[in-house]
Design a protein around this ligand. Structure first.
Ligand code: ATP
Ligand code: ATP
Ligand code: MG
Ligand code: MG
Ligand code: MG
Ligand code: MG
Length: 278
């Protein structure tokens, strides 16, 4: 096609294709949600409506993008994992991140009234930032997800104790902070139990573990399967053929997308669902 004399400006665009054959994680995080919580009167420490809304938006992203194999969410953040063989947008970081962020945000705003029927959305509207990081092996990827889930646990135990001291113990913010300074997990469990008769283990799974979104096929007997480890990766680095990945893509786009609150640090979750990382 004949091009105009202006066409040369395209050369100013920077290539930003992400490293091939690596797991791409796109994490979105709510902008200034500390203020959003106050403005929309989120229940502290965990507003279930807000978490359900995050999960609905994440489910829409996973359904929309069959290249996403699993997503994990806690608080105002969600991580979306693209399979290492993903070739969407030629793996261009800006395209992947912006598509995930805008799909997520659009669905979050669209579904707001379903989860907050009595709280109309107004300005400032909820927005999210996003970033992409590549992880070269399954162990790195699992460590990334474990890192987020451990973070969820640590923050939730702290927040649950902190807000119990305030809401049930009538302490001010400063005194609650002081009470918790330097305490270990066992101390927080003890404060919850002895002062407020709260057994942390009985707190809702969604609060303790966060939310996992994935495609649900038939569960596998953990004895008969094992997730491919790094050695398998080295032995068989081949990508699926084009027609095979097209078939996989179709199959994935038809599967049911579920939201669950499970331990993704231990092997069991992965061993029972070998298709997620295969
Ligand atoms: P930034 O723009 O830098 O991300 P932020 O205010 O969003 O700023 P975060 O570190 O992302 O900072 O923290 C999010 C805040 O929102 C935390 O204080 C968290 O407790 C709160 N929050 C998120 N979701 C919920 C929820 N469902 N219920 C109650 N509080 C929530
Ligand atoms: P991609 O996801 O790759 O961007 P696309 O279908 O959005 O795919 P574009 O090159 O962005 O491809 O083209 C946008 C299309 O939408 C064009 O065909 C354009 O004519 C059409 N379009 C955009 N805005 C309008 C509008 N206001 N009225 C009519 N057609 C429009
Ligand atoms: Mg942030
Ligand atoms: Mg935030
Ligand atoms: Mg956050
Ligand atoms: Mg377009």
């Amino acid at each position: 096609m004949a091009n105009s004399k202006f066409e040369y400006v395209r050369n100013f665009e920077q290539a930003d294709s992400l490293l091939p054959n690596t797991w791409i994680v796109v994490r979105v995080d709510g902008r200034a949600f500390t203020k959003m919580c106050a403005k929309y009167e989120f229940e502290k420490p965990n507003d279930r409506r807000a978490l359900d809304l995050m999960n609905a938006a994440a489910k829409a992203v996973v359904s929309d993008l069959p290249e996403v194999t699993i997503a994990y969410g806690v608080s105002d953040e969600y991580s979306f994992v693209f399979h290492k063989s993903c070739s969407l947008f030629e793996r261009r970081a800006s395209k992947l991140v912006s598509t995930v962020v805008s799909t997520f945000t659009a669905n979050y705003v669209f579904s707001w009234s379903t989860f907050f029927p009595d709280t109309p959305l107004s300005f400032p509207l909820p927005t999210f930032d996003g970033r992409a990081v590549c992880y070269p092996g399954i162990q790195n990827l699992r460590d990334y997800l474990s890192w987020r889930q451990v973070d969820c646990h640590i923050n939730n135990l702290y927040n649950t104790t902190f807000w119990a001291l305030i809401q049930l113990g009538d302490l001010g913010n400063k005194d609650a902070e002081k009470t918790l300074a330097g305490t270990l997990a066992s101390d927080k469990n003890e404060i919850l139990f002895s002062r407020f008769h709260i057994n942390y283990n009985n707190e809702p799974e969604m609060f303790k573990k966060g939310s996992v979104v994935f495609r649900d096929y038939e569960l596998v007997d953990p004895e008969s399967h094992r997730v491919a480890d790094e050695m398998d990766d080295i032995a068989e680095p081949a990508r699926p053929s084009k027609s095979q990945s097209d078939k996989d893509r179709k199959r994935r786009s038809k599967a049911r997308v579920v939201v669950e609150h499970l331990d993704i640090i231990k092997d069991d979750f992965w061993n029972r669902r070998p298709w997620i990382l295969s």
